[in-house]
Structure formats: C-alpha cells, structure tokens
Design a protein around this ligand. Structure first.
Ligand SMILES: Cc1cc2nc3c(=O)[nH]c(=O)nc-3n(C[C@H](O)[C@H](O)[C@H](O)COP(=O)(O)OP(=O)(O)OC[C@H]3O[C@@H](n4cnc5c(N)ncnc54)[C@H](O)[C@@H]3O)c2cc1C
Length: 512
C-alpha cells in the first residue's frame, strides 16, 4: 500500500469510527428521550405511584397528624400520612373523644327520660335500656367521623400510607418494608393508656378506657381508678346506665389539675348523683377472676388496708406518650423523663427535619391542643410564622353538668403572688337555666386587680364547654372583665351567667 492509500484508508477508518460513535450516541439519546416520554406518561397517569418522595411525611393520623396533613396540603405541600390502624382519626375518633361523647350523650338522654323529664311534666313509662342499640349509635358516630377524615384526605390529595411507620434516618420513613423519602417528618403517634404497678389490664374485668367503651352489659359494681377527666366521664356513663360507681383517687381531690372550687362542686354534684369517692387512697393490688375483681386499697399516706370487690375495674390514671418501634434511638431523637419527644418552640426535635406534635410531646393531652399544633407546624414548614398560647387551651369535662376551665386557677395565681379579683355567679339565678331545670353550678372569672385583664375562667354548669369559648376569645385579645360585662348578651341565655360573673368581678352583678 502506498503512503497515500494508507492515509486514505486511515481517514476511512476514522470516518467509519465517527459514524459508528454517532449512531451509538443517537441510540442513547433516543433511548433517554423515549424513557422520558414513558416516565412523563406514567407520572401523569399514576402521579403517586411514580414517586415515593414527599415534602412531608406524618406518622400518625390522630387529630394532630391528620390536621397537620390537611393544612400542609392546603399550603401546597406534597403530603403523606402513615397510619397503622384500619381507620383514620387516631385515639380521639376511634377510642377517645368521639365514642365517649356518643355514650355520654346517649346515657344522658336515657337518664333524662327515666328520671328527669317527669319534673317538667313529661310522663314516660317503660323506659328501657337497649345497650346494644346504644353501642350501635356509638359505632355509627365513630364510623362516620373516621370515614370523614378519609374523604378529607382524598379532597386534599393527602396520601394515606397504610402500615407502621419507622424513621430510619432524617428524611426516610420505612412503612412495613417500603422506604419513602421526605424533606420533613412529623411524629404524631399520640399516647397509650398508663397502667399503675400491681395491676394488669385484661380488657375484660380490668379495663382501660378502650374496654370501658365496649362493655356488653352494665356492671353492677364498677370501681374507677383515677378521678380525672376520663375516669369521671366514663364513670358517669355507666352510673347513669345503672352501675354503682366508686372512684378511687390518690390525690385529696378529684380533677386535681383544675381550680379547686370546681373540684369541690363537682364532687358534691356527682355524690348527689350516686357516685362514691375514696380520696387520698391508693389501689395497691387488683386481681381478677371469673366472678369479678378484688381490690386492695390503702391510704395514700400509709395505714390500714381495705378490700373491696367490683364486677369491672376501669383503670383511668392517665396516658403516656407512645413512641414504640419508631426507631427513635437509632436516629438519635431525644425524649424527656416521661418518654415524650423533646421539641423546641417550632416543634423540631434535636434532629433537623424531624418534628413532633400532640400527645407525644409535652403539654395537655387534648385533641384541640394536638390540632392547633398541627396547623401551626404546617404553617411554619411553609415559611409562615406560628404560635400557640398554652395558657389559653380550654379543658372540658363532658359530664352533667359540664366543667370547663381556661387560663390560671386561683391556686396558680396565689402561688405566683398575682393580685387578682374574682367574680362568681350561680346558674340558679339565671332564667334560662331555671327554664331548663339545670341550675347547678356557677361561672367564676378571675381578673388582674389593677388592669382588670381576664386571667382565668372556671365554669361548672350546663353547656360549660360551650360557654368557655367566649372567655377564651376575650383572653386571646387580652380583654378585660369589663369588656365581657359591656358586651350585649342575648336574653334569656346561659351566656348571661358569664356576663354576670364579669359584672361580679367589677362588684356590680345585676341579678343577685
Ligand atoms: C376515652 C378518652 C376520651 C377523650 N376525650 C377527649 C375529649 O373529650 N377532648 C379532648 O380534647 N381530648 C380527649 N381525649 C384525648 C385525645 O384523644 C388525645 O389528646 C388526642 O387523640 C391526641 O391526638 P394525637 O394526634 O396526638 O394522637 P392520637 O389521637 O393518639 O393518634 C395517634 C395515631 O398514631 C398512630 N400510630 C402510632 N404509632 C404509629 C406508627 N409507628 N405508625 C403508624 N401509625 C402509628 C396510632 O395508631 C394513632 O392512630 C380523650 C382520650 C380518651 C382515651
């Protein structure tokens, strides 16, 4: 081969080589193009299945978790909520607020029909309890509420990841073996029943609140361990349906965290309704057999033991934060001495990108507290600012009469050395309360002695849980008792008792 021929064949080899390379390149370009088109198509048709990455993954669909999910979705985030129960709504909707209120309302109507309406000229004979029917009412209420959350998730495009969630690293959640990515994670796993030592809950004879919502017959004798909100509410349900209810409380008063005047009045009224109280008493043992439960009681300060018997024992000494199998140790999320997740004012744990709200963190274990935290956290994550005034979270006991409280108690004000004035007005002096035959209780308003700013309100009486909202709103705006007193209240309403209590703070109630 001549030099020229060699050179030409070299050129040819180079050209062949270049064209082979460009064909190869074209092949890959086409492949990527078609892959992108295919993926684009897949994303359009199956938007959620095509990716497992979210702006926010929330673990737990109770009032904290589901409300946070909805608010975050409203703010444009791509949100998933992990829930291991077969229904949404958490403790509150499934075994807490809602079923207990369904039974409280139904048992209240039964008691009214049987024992109260006669006093208003309505004679009913043969009133009978259909416990199965009452439980059916409760189930229907729970079902419609939990399905309602499913509807709200769909409406707001929140994806429900069904199963148990576990954090494997910041930004990664494992749900029954599938790993999902998230920019931020919120723990909203709530709480579980706390059981004192020496007692074993079997949900048959010795029951938690969950078992007490499911009893298939009315126990003749029921002992409630714990004179707090849940114990009194469920004790009231079974008491109205015919049980002899004894409440054993370790402290020297029921509702120990509320204003002591409310506790005293509540105990007086419930005693009149037939409830028996053993205060400053501790249950050291409770043993169940086929016939019932034998309880060993002793004075809280020590002393002689007493044995009492019951058909059913309800353990209602409180609830504890629930963080089982969440993987917190591995990720390094810190908890306090009571097992609650430690957070800063923006609900962030010590690990960046992992947040917590609701019963699983400090503060009152209440559904509306969890909900408000859910909303505020979603807004913070969306770049807005948010804040909760924990002094203004109302607490309500849904017995009859109801009890409701907001702000500071008299004991707290005394302890803090605050100079305050108190105004009190009884429902007995209110025309509407008399018309309703519901005259027990009072409204008490506490205000700063110098500025008149409202510092607290404590109500026991009909509709107390509704009446407290007016004072809470006034306190939100830093209002005074005079603001309430000078606001026109419709007549005849129970709200007039709130107005008169505000006038009483100023030393000039009108109707007493
Ligand atoms: C009998 C009773 C009556 C009550 N009445 C009232 C009332 O009248 N008013 C009021 O304000 N409060 C009431 N409460 C309290 C209220 O229910 C709680 O404060 C509220 O439910 C707390 O909400 P949360 O979102 O923090 O947790 P929860 O409601 O407890 O929800 C947590 C959810 O997380 C899920 N979860 C936990 N771990 C995982 C995991 N690893 N993966 C997936 N899911 C998980 C749980 O299954 C649960 O559904 C009552 C409670 C009880 C027990």
């Amino acid at each position: 081969m001549t030099k020229r021929q060699e050179t030409m064949s070299g050129h040819l080899r180079t050209e062949v080589c270049i064209s082979a390379k460009s064909a190869w390149l074209q092949y890959w370009i086409d492949l990527i193009k078609w892959r992108d088109i295919a993926l684009h198509f897949l994303f359009k048709v199956f938007p959620m299945n095509a990716t497992s990455s979210y702006d926010l993954i929330i673990i737990g669909a109770g009032p904290g978790g589901y409300v946070c999910a909805i608010r975050a979705a409203q703010l444009g985030m791509k949100v998933a909520c992990v829930e291991k129960r077969s229904t949404l709504g958490g403790t509150c909707l499934n075994v807490g607020c809602i079923p207990s209120k369904a039974l409280l309302s139904a048992s209240e109507k039964y008691h009214e029909a049987k024992d109260e309406l006669g006093k208003m000229g309505i004679k009913i004979s043969g009133v009978k309890l259909d416990l199965e029917g009452m439980m059916g009412h409760k189930k229907a209420v729970v079902d419609s509420n939990t399905k309602g959350i499913e509807f709200l998730f769909k409406k707001n495009k929140v994806e429900w990841l069904k199963g148990s969630g576990k954090i494997i690293a910041a930004g990664q959640v494992d749900v029954d073996g599938t790993v999902y990515q998230a920019k931020n994670i919120v723990i909203a796993t709530g709480s579980d029943v706390a059981v004192p030592p020496g007692i074993m809950v079997d949900e048959k004879r010795i029951v938690s609140s969950t078992g007490a919502l499911e009893l298939s017959e009315v126990p003749k004798k029921m002992v409630v361990i714990g004179g707090g909100v849940i114990g009194l509410e469920l004790g009231a349900v079974w008491g109205r349906l015919g049980s002899e209810v004894t409440v054993v409380e370790y402290m020297n008063r029921i509702l120990p965290t509320m204003d002591s005047e409310l506790s005293k009045e509540m105990q007086k009224i419930l005693t009149k309704q037939g409830m028996v109280f053993k205060l400053s008493t501790k249950v050291s043992k409770a043993e169940a057999d086929k016939k019932g439960v034998t309880l060993e009681l002793e004075p809280a300060a020590g002393g002689d033991k007493e044995i009492i018997k019951a058909d059913i024992v309800l353990v209602a000494v409180g609830r504890k934060a629930y963080t089982d199998a969440l993987g917190l140790e591995a990720v390094g999320v810190e908890r306090d001495e009571r097992g609650r997740i430690k957070t800063d004012v923006h609900f962030q744990s010590n690990v960046a990108g992992i947040y917590a709200i609701g019963d699983v963190i400090a503060g009152p274990m209440l559904a509306h507290k969890a909900e408000d935290e859910g909303v505020v956290l979603a807004e913070i994550l969306a770049g807005q600012s948010g804040h909760i005034d924990y002094n203004l979270i109302p607490g309500v006991v849904y017995t009859w009469p109801e009890v409701a409280s907001v702000g500071q108690t008299e004991e707290q004000l005394k302890q803090a050395g605050v100079d305050y004035k108190s105004g009190k007005f009884p429902f007995m002096a209110n025309g509407r309360a008399r018309a309703m035959n519901a005259t027990e209780g009072f409204v008490k308003i506490l205000a700063d002695a110098k500025t008149d700013r409202v510092l607290g309100c404590h109500i026991i009486g009909p509709e107390a849980g509704t009446l407290i909202a007016e004072v809470t709103a006034v306190m939100e705006f830093g209002g005074s008792s005079e603001d309430i007193a000078r606001t026109c209240h419709a007549h005849p309403t129970l709200e007039e008792v709130v107005k008169e209590a505000a006038l009483a703070v100023l030393g000039r109630p009108l109707h007493i």
